[in-house]
Design a protein around this ligand. Structure first.
Ligand code: UDP
Length: 383
């Protein structure tokens, strides 16, 4: 048996890894252990509950106001100790968080091979998204297996001289999570119930779903986003549904600028099934989130991305996503165009999904199982 240690700490990692954990658990020959760092405590726990996951190890490393230095140092030491105790044969990390970066590094220090889920995303700008662009670049030379969601991501890895035989184009596991959750929400109305009061309040209005949390948008950009939301919600035909990320840099600005303006449902972060339901009800999605950029096109929802660059150009190329930056006037005018110009709307509202077919996790688990079987066959040279 080979022991696979799957490490994650934030909401998006949990959403994108729960399908992988399930698929790994279904593989004979693998023992799967899960370790959460709880880099985002509350948001992570919401996903664990829905996915029916109970982690084997919980480092619970979140502290309010923690600097990136302190978080990174604590993660590296904590994850190294977990690896020493667990002695995994392979470590799996996802994406571009501090947890993924330190998990890969701690494994490298112990010569344990790393599998990177959602490998090869690049914006080309180390400050956008910050610090994620550098986090994911650090994982690349370490990883033994690179699971690229798209060919574009695979090409980025090839440009960095990653060995082609280690790159596998799988689709993004967020589409697996979305399909799985959508099916459950359809079968069980109790799931997604957190949205019921919002549905009642916004009846008859056209819903704009908003999320924002990127660090590089904190400050002036966040204030511009808030003023744009206020102007959009002032239209009679529109209601804004806005699950507010708990980061104080987001909450304080929204409190100050949006006050108690009507037709803005500023609500607590939604559990994943309720958020998936909100995506289904929305006419337009306005976001700076990575995962939401991938989910909205899969549901045929135009998504306006409040960033200057994206590491997910596939949605822009497919015409379902548009980069609109963070200027107040630009956001308002792009939203109004989609609301008022049917042709512009239907050009974007195509249920086209460049990010995957919902079977990424099975491909990943199969490749890991094959790799470990080969490693066992050729042991002890592998490690
Ligand atoms: N999401 C959620 N509840 C919310 C807002 C977002 O479950 O209230 C989900 C969303 O569906 C997506 C993920 O969280 O899969 C994105 O997380 P986030 O925007 O925090 O991170 P990013 O994807 O930008 O790294």
């Amino acid at each position: 048996m080979s022991k696979i240690l799957v490490i994650f700490g934030t909401r998006p990692e949990a959403i994108k890894l729960f399908p992988v954990i399930r698929a790994l658990q279904a593989q004979p020959g693998l023992v799967v252990r899960t370790c959460v760092t709880a880099q985002h405590r509350g948001l992570l726990d919401q996903v664990l509950a829905i996915a029916g996951l109970s982690p084997d190890i919980d480092l619970d490393l979140m502290e309010p106001g923690q600097t990136l230095d302190r978080l990174t140092a604590r993660l590296l030491v904590g994850l190294g100790e977990v690896m020493d105790a667990e002695q995994p044969d392979m470590v799996v990390v996802q994406g571009d968080t501090a947890t993924a970066m330190t998990g890969a590094l701690a494994a490298y220090y112990r010569k344990v091979p790393v599998a990177h889920v959602e490998a090869g995303l690049r914006s080309g700008d180390i400050h956008h998204p910050w610090p994620e662009e550098v986090n994911r670049r650090i994982v690349a030379p370490i990883a033994a297996l690179h699971f690229a969601p798209t060919q574009t991501a695979a090409d980025a890895l090839l440009r960095e001289n990653i060995a082609p035989s280690t790159i596998h184009v799988t689709g993004n596991t967020v589409i697996d999570a979305l399909h799985w959750t959508n099916a459950r929400v359809a079968a069980d109305p109790a799931l997604g119930a957190a949205l019921d009061p919002v549905v009642a309040d916004t009846a008859g209005k056209r819903i704009i779903l908003v999320t924002t949390h990127r660090r590089e948008n904190f400050g002036d950009a966040m204030a511009g986003i808030a003023r744009a939301i206020a102007r959009i919600a002032a239209r009679d035909d529109v209601a804004v549904v806005f699950p507010v990320h708990p980061n104080p840099n987001v909450v304080a600005v929204m409190d100050r600028i949006l006050g108690d303006q009507p037709d803005i449902a500023r609500i607590a972060p939604l559990d994943y099934p309720s958020f998936v339901r909100a995506l289904g009800l929305a006419e337009i999605v306005l976001t700076d989130s990575g995962g939401v950029q991938e989910e909205a096109p899969a549901l045929g929802k135009p998504v306006l991305v409040m960033r200057e660059t994206t590491e997910r150009p596939e949605g822009v190329e497919a015409g379902t996503a548009k980069l609109v930056g963070t200027s107040e006037d630009r956001i308002v005018s792009e939203i109004f165009t989609l609301l008022d110009d049917k042709a512009a709307y239907s050009a974007m509202a195509r249920a086209h999904n460049p990010f995957g077919d919902g079977h990424a996790a099975a491909r990943i688990a199969q490749t890991i199982a094959q790799t470990m079987a080969q490693a066992v066959a050729s042991a002890p040279a592998y490690r």
